[in-house]
Design a protein around this ligand. Structure first.
Ligand code: NAP
Length: 348
């Protein structure tokens, strides 16, 4: 029998739509993603991008405070044991995601730790094929697969992935190979500043490499980088080569000045890329309308409808503008309500 609602993705958009859909007795099924090395490398493991961050300071409802007891009481004990200790400062990204996941399960959401790798949206019920080969039929689908980190695209960068090149400081920054060594972060947005700030806890020095003479990051975040004595901003610079060898992995990078074209090498044991994101829509094979950057287009103002009736999109996969946890959660809620109304209109 076809599912009423299948939700693909497990970030704030996915879990919020699951909470709303389960409370509406739609018995949703979430494909939270598979735990594979490929997903680890692409940053698309279950729980999404927030699971790759540290403290979340701007999600309403979680001011600084001790969440320990709340986490202990809310989460399944096995998953609680597997989590890093609470840092006693507001909420961390992984904690927030685990809490949302648990909240969805509390209302009856079913979860499969699997990826959807192919979709047939030509006729209803839709058919979704998972990595494990299972085919699930669904009357409505909510796509909440988010976005993942971009890389520069250099061959040398590819060569040293996992050996000093990373797009996730929180996942890899504390590795012994980076301790008290200089590190490089590329980018000028909030993510780059956040990564640089985090890495400065371990590194002897963090070089933040930005191609312009002004950060894109918000004022408060930019000031944090400027005030951090361990962060040096290398303005008007691009990376043309990641340097390294088979024994040590990354040893540095070659920078080129965007103002005078001059070139110089810089020592570093880590090379972290934070230059924006690409939406995770590959599994759709272009079967939904997308904008020029590949983000799914919402086809009606203030609705999460896509170009196919019964398919809704929520969160960063359809939002290249706000890209916040709270906006993703908001559109996740909208998508569940849109799916509920669509099902009611079809008498399903
Ligand atoms: P972003 O704001 O799009 O910034 C990407 C940065 O990478 C820009 O500075 C861009 O340079 C640079 N860049 C892009 N392509 C490049 C290339 N090929 N080579 C060199 N540099 C390149 O992305 P983001 O920092 O990931 O942030 C995304 C969204 O998440 C934003 O809305 C941000 O506010 C939000 N966010 C918020 C927080 C927080 O509030 N704590 C933390 C992280 C992210 P240009 O500036 O020259 O374009």
């Amino acid at each position: 029998m076809a599912e009423h609602v299948v939700i693909i993705g497990s970030g704030p958009a996915g879990w919020t739509s699951a909470i709303y859909a389960s409370r509406a007795s739609l018995n949703p099924l979430v494909f939270e993603g598979a735990i594979t090395e490929e997903n680890r490398m692409r940053g698309t493991l279950p729980l999404g991008q927030l699971a790759l961050t540290t403290e979340v300071e701007n999600y309403p409802g979680f001011p600084a405070g001790d969440l320990e007891g709340y986490l202990d009481n809310s989460l399944d004990s096995t998953r609680r044991m597997m989590m890093a200790p609470h840092q006693k400062e507001g909420v961390s990204g992984p904690e927030l995601m685990e809490l949302m996941r648990q909240q969805a399960i509390n209302f009856g959401t079913r979860v499969k730790t699997d990826d959807i790798v192919d979709v047939d949206l030509d006729s209803t019920p839709f058919k979704l094929t998972s990595l494990s080969g299972e085919v699930t039929e669904a009357h409505t689908v909510i796509i909440a697969t988010g976005a993942s980190a971009n890389y520069l695209g250099l061959d040398s960068e590819e060569r040293f992935k996992n050996r000093g090149v990373s797009a996730c400081a929180v996942c890899d920054g504390a590795l012994p190979r980076f301790r008290d060594k200089p590190m490089i972060v590329v980018g000028g947005g909030d993510s780059a500043v956040e990564e640089a700030d985090y890495l400065s806890k371990f590194a002897s020095q963090v070089h933040l490499i930005h191609r312009r003479d002004e950060l894109r990051a918000s004022k408060i975040m930019a000031q944090r980088a400027i005030d951090n004595e361990k962060i040096t901003i290398e303005w008007n610079s691009v990376v043309t080569e990641v340097l390294g060898n088979d024994d040590e992995g990354v040893t540095g990078a070659t920078l080129e000045s965007t103002s005078d074209g001059s070139s110089r090498d810089m020592d570093a044991s880590g090379f972290f890329v934070a230059i924006g994101h690409t939406p995770n829509t590959g599994f759709l094979n272009g079967k939904l309308d997308m904008n020029e950057k590949g983000y799914i287009t919402w086809t009606q103002p203030h609705r999460t409808n896509t170009s196919i009736e019964g398919v809704f999109a929520a969160g960063d996969v359809a939002d290249d503008y706000y890209r916040q946890a709270i906006t993703a959660a908001g559109t996740g809620c909208q998508a569940a309500l849109d799916a509920e109304r669509y099902l009611a209109s079809k008498g399903l």
